[in-house]
Design a protein around this ligand. Structure first.
Ligand code: SGN
Ligand code: CA
Length: 518
């Protein structure tokens, strides 16, 4: 080697970004950290998801900006909070695909971009060289996909497998191999109503899941928590959600349930019914009062029965997901992409697995505000273990741009996680996270709210047809049962958090600050 070339080598940027790694971004729907064994070993094992964490990092303080599907996806794509990307809620949102997005910027940086699976942003994708998406929420059984020609095409099989087949197929046969790529694999799993792959119908049936500590929460001092309609006992549909079908019973969601099951072929339906019919017979023998169509019972025995059914079916759906994550990891290894690819695993938000008596999400309380985030790092990035800084889904866009070596536009709210992935602990890292949820009035009746969280203290304001503040100290009250707002001795913390909240609302220019000046 000549002296000149040695010097030239030395002058190469040392930044990891110079390598232009591929990125495989796997995002699930409603998959919560409680149901992932690298985060929580109480319930199930997820060996393949754990492989990602083992060969890389696990974020212990990973959160979303707005705990709902469409809004979360819009935050991820733009790196901006909901008020700035315009998609604040599922019910009325249409994503403005003409705006600046991370996939478009990745294309400009020379990346191939592709998305397969759930999209949920109403307008068709922009900024992708390839896409094949689900209509709205999609179907678990024999699902349809929307093609780039805007045709809806029915496929046969179980959705989680099909999404993975398509993703592997794109990497193997469809991409332009001369370019680095970013591939978004967006699963419907583990969204309601948790329909299992037929081969796993009997999985977890002998498991009795422990009842969460807050299952019988009475919501004292938390008016918005008391007003929600996402209670396993009162709001979980006995037909649609827990599949205790009987031909003579018509609950609110029975028509939807019938539609989903009718997607199965004749033999598949027989297999499905064979399994659930015997459970259903047993259920109505034990709880005859449920057979008159009431979904409200309020006895602990029914609530706990529903909880077990919910947990088991959710766990089965995760099982297929975990298998399929394993398939992607194996494929990357087999085809030699392993060393050059960053694999990110996250969910569009967390979820309640019976905590506070609930399913669903939306609240800024920990279970749904948090979201799992693990990354398998490519060769050259040697960090392993936990990253404890406060991170949020608005950070993904700047992180991927940073990895691509592309500039990060100044209007992006999130910050690149690349320094953290290199093992740095920047002194000026954010000290608090901002959150804002909008979808009310709507299904599940979670009031609009915004708030701030500094890793220990959380301050939330519920508004619209309510005006309530909540303050929690997660160190002394990790389950968020004791609202300290207005209590003697908390004045200083409250003042400090209000200041922090104001600072963040100003920084992100959330117009809500004009409505509720701080
Ligand atoms: C559906 C579900 C809700 C769920 C929303 C949003 N109802 O409307 O339970 O909260 O999706 O979920 S269902 O009867 O259609 O199953 S999200 O993850 O897409 O935001
Ligand atoms: Ca979701």
């Amino acid at each position: 080697m000549t002296r000149l070339s040695v010097l030239a080598l030395a002058a190469l940027p040392t930044a990891v970004a110079a390598q232009r790694y591929n990125i495989v971004y796997i995002m699930t729907d409603d998959h919560t950290a409680q149901m992932m064994s690298c985060y929580d070993t109480r319930y199930i094992q997820t060996p393949n998801l754990d492989r990602i964490a083992r060969d890389g990092v696990r974020f212990t303080h990973s959160y979303v900006a707005n705990s709902l599907s469409g809004p979360s996806r819009a935050c991820m794509l733009t790196g901006k909070h909901s008020h700035a990307n315009g998609f604040t809620n599922n019910e009325h949102g249409i994503f403005d695909g003409t705006q600046q997005t991370m996939p478009k910027l990745m294309q400009q940086a020379g990346y191939q971009t592709a998305i397969i699976g759930k999209w949920h942003l109403v307008s068709l994708p922009t900024g992708f060289d390839y896409w094949n998406i689900l209509p709205e929420q999609g179907d678990y059984y024999n699902p349809s996909f929307i093609t780039m020609e805007n045709d809806t095409v029915a496929e046969r099989g179980y959705l989680t497998n099909i999404v993975t087949d398509k993703a592997i197929n794109w990497m193997e046969h469809q991409r332009d191999r001369s370019k680095p790529f970013i591939l978004f694999i967006h699963h419907k799993a583990c969204h309601r109503n948790w329909l299992p792959e037929l081969k796993y119908l009997r999985e977890y049936e002998n498991v009795n899941f422990p009842i969460p500590y807050t299952f019988y929460d009475n919501y004292e001092g938390r008016e918005a928590a008391a007003a929600q309609e996402m209670h396993i006992d009162r709001n979980m549909d006995i037909v649609y959600d827990i599949k205790m079908f009987r031909p003579d019973l018509n609950t609110r969601l029975t028509p939807n349930y019938r539609r989903m099951i009718s997607r199965l072929g004749g033999r598949e339906q027989m297999e499905y019914n064979w399994f659930y019919d015997s459970l259903s017979l047993d259920f109505y023998r034990r709880f005859p009062q449920m057979a008159d169509g009431r979904t409200t019972d309020n006895t602990p025995a029914v609530a706990e029965f529903k909880y077990q059914r919910y947990m088991r079916d959710y766990a089965k759906v995760v099982k297929s997901l975990d298998d399929n994550v394993g398939r992607v990891l194996d494929y990357l290894k087999q085809c030699g992409l392993d060393d050059s690819t960053l694999v990110v695993y996250t969910s569009d938000q967390g979820f309640y697995m019976g905590e506070h008596g609930w399913f669903d999400k939306r609240f800024m309380y920990e279970e749904s505000f948090a979201t799992p985030l693990v990354m398998k790092l490519p060769k050259g990035m040697n960090l392993r273990g936990d990253i404890n800084e406060l991170v949020q889904n608005i950070d993904y866009a700047p992180t991927f741009l940073d990895i691509a070596g592309a500039p990060i536009p100044s209007d992006i709210h999130g910050v690149s996680l690349l320094p953290l992935l290199k093992g740095e602990h920047p002194k000026n890292w954010r000290s608090a996270l901002y959150y804002h949820y909008y979808e009310y009035p709507a299904e599940h009746s979670v009031k609009r709210h915004y708030g701030v969280f500094d890793g220990r203290w959380k301050l939330i304001h519920f508004y619209r047809d309510i005006d309530r503040w909540e303050l929690f100290d997660l160190q002394s009250d990790p389950h968020e049962l004791h609202n300290l707002y207005g209590q003697k001795g908390t004045e200083r913390q409250t003042r400090r958090l209000r200041e922090e909240l104001k600072k963040l609302q100003q920084q992100y220019a959330d117009p809500i600050l004009q409505q509720f000046p701080l």
